[in-house]
Ligand binder design. Structure first.
Ligand SMILES: [Zn+2]
Length: 150
């Protein structure tokens, strides 16, 4: 392929929303920047699992914020439940995490299918404890800024 053509292709990649682009990178896997990123995602996973994460609920508890408002969508209560299930800012990623993931794709399915229950009846403590959900959750975290400051 000529440079001019591949340059166009790279430009096109840049135009894609950053989340899907990052997701594509995750799917291909293996590059070293990404391995480093994976550690950070694992750290975020563990923070969210313990509840000691950069989310408004925790920051309020430790006195770093004066309210629980979601800095992504403005909702009154930014809990991990809100961020992973309902936050408007991450709708597309949530759909993927809970519903859309198809059988065979990366070897796992949407969490609702895996656990055979709708997300509304699945507590986050269970989701984070359930190993079958870990990979999907980690992938979702890598595509969102859930558990991070804006
Ligand atoms: Zn929100």
């Amino acid at each position: 392929m000529k440079w001019e053509e591949s340059k166009e292709e790279i430009k096109e990649m840049g135009k894609k929303p950053k989340h899907s682009y990052r997701y594509d990178l995750v799917k291909r896997g293996g590059n070293s920047a990404l391995m480093g990123a994976k550690k950070k995602i694992a750290a975020r996973f563990n923070q969210l699992k313990s509840g000691h994460a950069l989310i408004a609920k925790y920051l309020l508890r430790i006195g770093k914020r004066s309210n629980m408002h979601c800095w992504w969508c403005g909702h009154e209560y930014q809990t991990r439940d809100h961020l992973v299930k309902w936050c408007k800012r991450w709708k597309r990623e949530q759909k993927r995490l809970w519903v859309d993931r198809q059988e065979g794709e990366e070897g796992y399915e949407g969490i609702e299918k895996v656990l055979k229950k709708p997300k509304i009846s699945l507590p986050m403590s269970l989701i984070f404890a359930e190993e079958k959900c870990s990979q999907a959750l980690m992938d979702s975290l890598s595509c969102t800024d859930v558990g991070r400051i804006n």
